[in-house]
Design a protein around this ligand. Sequence first.
Ligand SMILES: O=C(O)CCC(=O)C(=O)O
Ligand SMILES: [Fe+2]
Length: 211
Amino acid sequence: MEVVPGFTLSPGRLDAKAQADLLNAVLEAAHAAPFHRQVTPGGKPMSVEMTGLGPLSWVTDGRGYRYEPLHPLTGAPWPEMPAILQTLWAEFGDARVPADACLVNRYREGARMSLHRDEDEADYAFPVLSISLGDTAVFRIGGLQRNDPTRSVRLASGDVCRLAGPARLAYHGVDRILPGSSRLVPGGGRINLTLRRARPAPPLAGAPTAD
Ligand SMILES: O=C(O)CCC(=O)C(=O)O
Ligand SMILES: [Fe+2]
């Protein structure tokens, strides 16, 4: 369903088994790549804890926002993405160019994400996909300007949503999570995965080259 132009929500795209399998893969990966609170360039620790999967993930520190191939605390590459993520990317993202970054956000009670745009990727023609696991989020989506009117949408466990086209650079954030709304995540809370293409698309196979 299209909530605002370019922002689509597929409620319950992942069934209970797929949610549990994906959560287990994320928790397993988090042994090697621990969740941690990153600091904004302005020096404020984020309330959301983050880790990543795949070739790249999003990091923030005193030097700014960017994609990196290594976990900032362990210095090791991010764990591989579970196969289901590329399946979802082929379905809702782009069937020809794989996602190369998956940011994993963990919201414990009281965590939130203030209004922002996802703009650290090379090519905004690729959508951003978001997969929700665990407690329901009160998500907010607005327009291209920070002070445009916003709408509030609840994102429940198993929902997949997509920011594309006119909504690709829309302001969005998470006001709060609803504690106790799901029993999926041990100890409660919400885990959100955002799948992105951070680097430019590779040249198409068979395309003419200048030589
Ligand atoms: O947790 C969410 O639903 C949104 C996350 C988000 O906007 C982001 O990671 O950029
Ligand atoms: Fe975002």
